[in-house]
Design a protein around this ligand. Sequence first.
Ligand code: FAD
Length: 420
Amino acid sequence: MVGGGLAGLSAARELGREFVLLEAEDRLGGLCRTEQVGGFSFDWTGHWLHARDPEMRELIARKWLAGNLLEVQRRALIYSEGVWTRFPYQFNLHGLPAQTIADCIIGFVRAAKEGELGNAADYILRHLGRGFAEHFMFPYNEKLYTVNCEELSPEWGGRFIPRPSLEEVVRGALGLAGEGAGYNATFWYPKSGGIEALAVGLAAEVRGLPGEVRTGARVTALDLAARRLRLSSGEELPWDRLVLTAPLPAVARLLVDVPVAVREAADKLRAVSVTVVEIGAEDAGGERFHWAYFPEKRFPFYRIGSPSEVNPALAPSGCRSFAVEFAHRGAVDPALSIEQALRGLEECKLIDRRRLRLQRARTIPVAYVLFDHEHAKARAVVLAHLASFGVEVAGRYGRWEYSSMEDALLTGREAARNLS
Ligand SMILES: Cc1cc2nc3c(=O)[nH]c(=O)nc-3n(C[C@H](O)[C@H](O)[C@H](O)COP(=O)(O)OP(=O)(O)OC[C@H]3O[C@@H](n4cnc5c(N)ncnc54)[C@H](O)[C@@H]3O)c2cc1C
């Protein structure tokens, strides 16, 4: 197994024995990680747990996080045109300016029901109409993916975008929306230890198995034909069966004797980075939410999470915490991001600058796979090459897709089953 995030750990667990798990970092869990500083705990960034698969639900609730789970009713908001409304936008127009509501309803009714779906913009216009597109979906997605919606393939959002009926749109506009539209109306979160408690619970089980777990073991070369890999220490290891969970383009760069077509395909796979500004502050009042979306261009960040609202144990008593997320490609200046985050929080009346406890920025270099028009074809070429050597991939970055922690666990399990 290459990678000790949730996908790699889940694959190791499923194999049960005679595995070697190689993790580059000195800690297992990958992105399922929590940092503690000055009484605040921050995940990389807010990680809310949804599980549908019965076996995973059982393992999470009765084993890895037994006795350590909160079930949380989502409070997700949107801030635009100076008002807070409920998420998802298309189900909750109530409170927005009358003109915006009219644009959205008229656009929804007039949306063309037929025609080719060539890109994400077409998909949004078809399913939600021009008003929803222009007031929320276009600016939000363009901020998150850093490209315009015409450059995204129609598969970019898939199951994560809830589609309302006309009745739901109208009821939402009148303030009569039902509770809980969308895939994540309730979620789980650990009572203590932040989201890393999940990885810790799973890793404890894996470490108890008759296999080998090695941290600080970065794979630097992969020879598929010879079935050998090299570590940064120079050590070489043979392998019989292999599961890869490291990011697909990075995997392609590790390959020895890779065909030109595979290398060229891998070079076309693009990702978006996320810089998150973590803010700890004395509670200054203001709107309460677990996370809120910011579609408008005037805010350079796309979302603000509030970990302490999900679980007050994540901040000292009397304090609130915020995680302000910026999507980008290329480098950003962390000091500028911090200043922009503070300005945004002040404008939304969520902090008092004189009562800050913590402010810092961290960057996740590979955060969101960019579903542009090259994605599907280029990904298929690289995956087919790996599959031709019997190599399995798993997890969000190994499979180069948009997916959740549960998906990482499930695809790790599936990869191990495919090897058996
Ligand atoms: C901003 C953001 C917010 C998210 N929020 C949520 C959420 O709310 N809910 C949810 O369910 N999911 C969320 N996710 C998704 C979730 O983080 C992932 O689906 C999941 O953690 C992926 O696990 P993984 O094992 O596939 O990958 P990773 O966690 O990336 O693990 C891969 C591991 O491979 C290691 N590795 C890489 N290269 C090498 C190498 N050469 N040699 C050895 N080891 C290597 C890495 O160090 C890493 O530990 C979010 C993701 C992001 C970016």
